[in-house]
Write a new protein. Sequence first.
Lengths: 218, 218
Amino acid sequence: MSRRPSPDPDRPGDGGAPAARRRPDPARRNARSRAAILGASLQLVGEVGYARLTIEAIAARAGVGKQTIYRWWPSKAAVLLDAFTESGGGEGAEDAAVPDTGDLGADLRAVLRATADEFSDPEFEAPYRALAVAGAQDAELSREFDARLADIGTELYVARLRSAREAGQIRDDVDLRLAAEMLTGPFFQRWLARRGPLDHAFTDALVDAVLAGLRPRG
Amino acid sequence: MSRRPSPDPDRPGDGGAPAARRRPDPARRNARSRAAILGASLQLVGEVGYARLTIEAIAARAGVGKQTIYRWWPSKAAVLLDAFTESGGGEGAEDAAVPDTGDLGADLRAVLRATADEFSDPEFEAPYRALAVAGAQDAELSREFDARLADIGTELYVARLRSAREAGQIRDDVDLRLAAEMLTGPFFQRWLARRGPLDHAFTDALVDAVLAGLRPRG
DNA sequence: TCTTGACGAGACGCAACGTCTCGTTCCATG
DNA sequence: CATGGAACGAGACGTTGCGTCTCGTCAAGA
């Protein structure tokens, strides 16, 4: 398993852990192959679903050797995570924000409606569901997934709610993170477990119900 | 609900109703084997997780031929669903109810605390997570899972909330189902996606936040 | 008693797994 | 420009688990 023909060139001779295996050099990576792999994985997860997605099929579709996938990614879920984030799936993630028109209810309704539409789009749905499923089974991947996608989404709600709190539109003692989870949790549950329609009527009612608990008493 | 999944190739050439492929006779079923299979599947899913759970391992552990599993269940998830419901996992399902002491907040806090404890127990966690994951990938199984476990749980909250509504403790226009989802959704999301600690502090805060939006105004 | 069908056991062909050569291609360095 | 090394496409390899298919055994109903 561990063959070390020569002293590791890629590890400064510190007392660190023995570099597991000759690490590939990212500088020599073939960008075309990488793009083809990511594209093929998105296509295939849409066609056959995550359970029947195989590394061999991705390699074949991408016109790439299997080793080129195994060299750069530890699992098919990791491939999909890269594919999804780079395809614009996390498009709303880094830059975007919940709009702030001053009307908290309207802003949240608009965002949740748009999110519902997005989650109804098969091209978004298939890989995102695959990642949610994989994350539920693998804590390591889950952390990565959250850091790159889910947490960021939550943070957008927290930011918008903070703005509303500062404007006195919701109570001072509101737990912003919990409030954000009250918006995303029922949505997530309905979507992932297919527990009901993900339509605008639902998201509007959800926003209203949550906000009813946040407003200053009076 | 679950018909024979595959077409019936062995059919004497009459034009009559397509009798399913030699359906096994439940009356002749070996109860000992069945119990051994269910027990082995619960053990194994706890030991290796759902992704690495195999029918072959279940058969070997149960001291049973593989065909005996394939004869009675369409998938490993279906085995697990039977195993879980019969092990008492759905114990709170059919008979149990949310207590009704008259204090809605206290009742809900107690139930959600108990649920959090249950979901922190590995023996409950492993199979339930497996079923949630399998259901997220398979709509058919998801319906079965909901019908036998999840929907029933939701209905318990709805019943308790209805009682509270009739007692005038929450507003008349409250959507009971949505309110129930606001209790279970954030909980489910935290648990499945490991998005935070599932402790009593969380469940208490969740109950309080939801109830804040349900109480009569004034 | 005789027939039937579930049973334990496991062989079978197949699909993917993840690892491992092969040449080949591409790039940095000399 | 020449050369060596590393990533590349391709695919062979042994392994695992799939789902199907015999076997001979056994228990219960006709």
